[in-house]
Design a protein around this ligand. Structure first.
Ligand SMILES: Cc1cc2nc3c(=O)[nH]c(=O)nc-3n(C[C@H](O)[C@H](O)[C@H](O)COP(=O)(O)OP(=O)(O)OC[C@H]3O[C@@H](n4cnc5c(N)ncnc54)[C@H](O)[C@@H]3O)c2cc1C
Length: 316
């Protein structure tokens, strides 16, 4: 019996019934690249997430958590392990705060909070993906980050405990967190919002959505910015956008098969139709090498690669 079959045989029946086999990762990621995922396991609550984690570890299976798939490059060979998909999307108002579950689409949360008259999240309008992915990666834009609003995050630890973490325990940093480093699964969070200035907040949302439509690919699939922006030259300074270096290094002219650098933003890769993962990876290498040659700077990837040969246990 292989690890996948062992996993299925050990999985409690309520979860086994909802496992999907062989779903193409191209359909689960915004770049629309990737072969079949052996097992995709949707969970509706923390207890099911815990049972998934325990069973995958017991079966010796590679596994990982997938949110909206907007920051992941999957491989054409697929993924032989199990994917945990948190589907819990509940939302509860607690005064001026909002308690939200990790499976909620992040931009739907922004819209829902404004509809409730609560402001604070409008800066994040248009960021794709799930609330869980946004918290694990400390999503941000326009000089703000989700960490600015976190009151508390509830996680499932690798040891199988469900714990609540205050903002300072989450170790948020630019596009990352201690939650992610520790292998915690984000289950839900409480975000601190405020009343007042709703008209301005709605106007800000609309402006950001229009800005994204103008600057980001609308029809072509992508995974957002591929590389992280550079560390500031001095403490407290601004990060230098990787896109500026890429543009000056000539990246906008680069293409490998159906994987191409987006014409309006040199740090975004678009899928022009049937891009393959090896084409994307070749293009990423060329972009990085061009910047290294021209500026002697080694860009770090923000998008996470789902390795089909990952060993047992949690990956990415
Ligand atoms: C057009 C476009 C524009 C974008 N603009 C921005 C932007 O302005 N700012 C920005 O920060 N990002 C941006 N992104 C990148 C991406 O949308 C964010 O990083 C997003 O927060 C990822 O969330 P996700 O649910 O899609 O995560 P996924 O891509 O599914 O996963 C990314 C990582 O997070 C982990 N993860 C997902 N859910 C959980 C969970 N519940 N618990 C623990 N770990 C989890 C995964 O295991 C993986 O390692 C953009 C992407 C696109 C396609």
């Amino acid at each position: 019996m292989d690890a996948g079959e062992r996993f299925l045989s050990l999985l409690p029946e309520d979860l086994r019934g909802s496992v999907r086999r062989g779903l193409p990762l191209s359909g689960l990621t915004t770049l629309r690249v990737g072969g079949p995922a052996a097992l995709v396991c949707p969970v509706q609550n923390p207890e099911q997430a815990l049972r998934f984690q325990q069973t995958a570890d017991q079966a010796g299976l590679p596994w990982f958590v997938l949110g909206g798939g907007s920051n992941v490059l999957a491989d054409d060979r697929g993924f032989g392990g199990a994917i945990l998909k948190i589907e819990a999307v509940g939302l509860e108002r607690q005064g001026d705060a909002i308690a939200v579950q990790a499976g909620m689409p992040f931009d739907a949360l922004v819209a829902a909070t404004l509809a409730e008259g609560l402001c604070g999240l409008e800066f994040a309008s248009g960021i794709p993906g799930s609330v869980g992915g946004a918290l694990a990666g400390n999503a941000g834009c326009y000089g703000r980050e989700i960490r600015d609003l976190v009151g508390e995050v509830t996680v499932l630890t690798p040891g199988g405990r469900i714990e609540r973490r205050g903002p300072e325990e989450c170790g948020f940093r630019y596009r990352g967190s201690a939650l992610r480093d520790a292998g915690d699964i984000v289950l839900s969070a409480v975000l601190r919002l405020h009343r007042g200035g709703l008209d301005a907040a709605v106007a800000e949302r609309n402006a950001h959505l229009a800005d994204r439509r103008a600057k980001h690919p609308v029809t072509e699939p992508s995974a957002g910015s591929w590389f992280r922006n550079l560390d500031p030259a001095e403490p407290g300074g601004r990060r230098q956008p990787a896109g500026v270096l890429l543009e000056e290094a000539g990246a906008k002219q680069m293409r490998e098969g159906d994987a191409a650098v987006f014409a309006r933003h040199a740090n975004i890769i678009v899928n022009l139709g049937h891009a393959r993962s090896d084409e994307v990876r070749r293009l990423v290498s060329r972009m990085r090498e061009a910047v290294q040659r021209r500026f002697d700077v080694l860009l770090q990837e923000e998008v996470r690669y789902l390795d089909p040969s990952a060993p047992a246990g949690r990956t990415i």
